[in-house]
Design a protein around this ligand. Structure first.
Ligand SMILES: CCOC(=O)Nc1nc2cc3nc(NC)[nH]c3cc2c(=O)[nH]1
Ligand SMILES: [Zn+2]
Length: 374
């Protein structure tokens, strides 16, 4: 019996989007939704109270990083990740696969698993499906991810085919190694690159293993947005409609809307928190680089259409000053606003779906944000 269930509430008449609700041992959340990324057991500069305040219901943490520092044994001893970081909402942990493939040099993939060197001190490491599950079982996350290979973009058909088949074999090994089936849900990750036949094969292999939810991997890895949208268009129909669909690594406002239109329910991305730390904010009129000199005497809020705590109490001039002085409070303010902006956007997307007008909402939002500008 899986502790992760999905309720399909409604499908938008104007698009392929859907309203749903995911239930986990640490609370439920409406979908489509955005999940802030808390790589090292913290959403950088945000307190759990602030995350709750902006209605973040589920956050991500990275298996690979927590395995290296502080080590899953310490977190297990603390009573698990929720206890360790004092977060009572839901947590999704990735398998670490992507970090290994993107962070580490001279990695070597075998049937057994991935051999690579630590990005911290270069020591030799080995991650297998069983190890990835053992770490996530120790962390006690609500949603775990199977260990997959996220191939580089672009990749040859033949390479992609054998990679998909190995990812499917690894998924089965993950299921077998999963010790806490009643307490933690495990999602399979559909790969296959931009090849429809391989996406179909990957989906069919994983669906036969009956996971409670499925992620779409191998995207947001440098491919053009129209390629991502095309792959989503032919992949989501292969996925069960009564289970959550999670698109990994996607977080710009246009991609969130276009992903929701194509039937995606869950998204994660470091974008909002990462650009916040270099002084860039998302606003209803596009990106605003608040460290820019032109805001030195601008006493308006980051976004006059935003009702967040930051936009109600602080000005562009003040936040610019803090960022220029490398003051931590400045990064806290830009991060808080960016996360609020994306979570609010997903709330507007859910409302548009409930009113069968997500297509029209897309046009209005793209126009105002400036996505249509040539
Ligand atoms: C979050 C779960 O991650 C995994 O366990 N494997 C995995 N992670 C990905 C993360 C990604 N981030 C991006 N863009 C920023 N693309 C990604 C793909 C994967 C993936 O295929 N597989
Ligand atoms: Zn704001």
């Amino acid at each position: 019996m899986t502790p992760i269930t999905y309720e399909l509430k409604k499908t938008c008449k104007q698009t392929g989007a859907r309203l749903g609700r995911v239930h986990t041992p640490h609370g439920s959340f409406d979908t489509p939704t955005f999940m802030p990324v808390g790589t090292l057991a913290t959403v950088k500069t945000m307190s759990p109270e602030e995350l709750a305040e902006i209605n973040a219901n589920i956050i991500l943490s990275n298996t690979y990083h927590l395995w290296l520092r502080p080590g899953e044994d310490i977190i297990k001893e603390a009573g698990g990740l929720h206890q360790f970081m004092n977060w009572n909402g839901a947590i999704l942990t990735d398998s670490g696969g992507f970090q290994v493939f993107s962070l580490s040099e001279n990695r070597h993939i075998t049937e057994e698993g991935v051999h690579f060197r630590s990005h911290l001190n270069g020591e030799k490491l080995f991650l297998s499906p069983e190890k990835a599950i053992q770490i996530q079982n120790a962390l006690g996350s609500d949603i775990m991810m199977a260990l997959d290979e996220c191939p580089p973009y672009p990749a040859e058909y033949q390479y992609m085919k054998s990679s998909v088949e190995r990812t499917s074999r690894w998924a089965e090994r993950c299921l077998k190694a999963h010790e806490r089936k009643g307490e933690q849900g495990l999602f399979g990750i559909i790969q296959g690159g931009e090849y429809e036949a391989l996406r179909k094969q990957s989906a069919r292999d994983l669906i036969s293993l009956d996971f409670p939810g499925y992620a779409i991997g191998g995207l947001s890895v440098g491919e053009p947005k129209d390629v991502m949208n095309r792959v989503l268009e032919f992949t989501t129909p292969f996925m069960p409609s009564h289970k959550p669909r999670y698109l990994m690594g996607v977080g710009s406002p246009d991609s969130l809307i276009d992903g929701a239109i194509r039937g995606v329910d869950m998204f994660d991305c470091v974008l909002p928190t990462r650009i916040a730390r270099n002084g860039t904010c998302m606003t209803s009129n596009g990106r605003l680089v608040v460290r820019n000199a032109k805001y030195a005497r601008d006493f308006a809020p980051i976004d006059k259409n935003c009702d967040c705590y930051v936009c109600k109490n602080y000005t562009r001039a003040y936040i610019r000053h803090l960022i220029k002085c490398n003051e931590t409070f400045g990064f806290r303010l830009t991060t808080y606003h960016n996360l609020y902006f994306l979570l609010k956007l997903m709330e507007q997307v859910r409302k548009a779906i409930s009113e069968d007008r997500l297509g029209s909402f897309r046009e209005e939002f793209f126009e105002q944000y400036g996505f249509n500008k040539p």
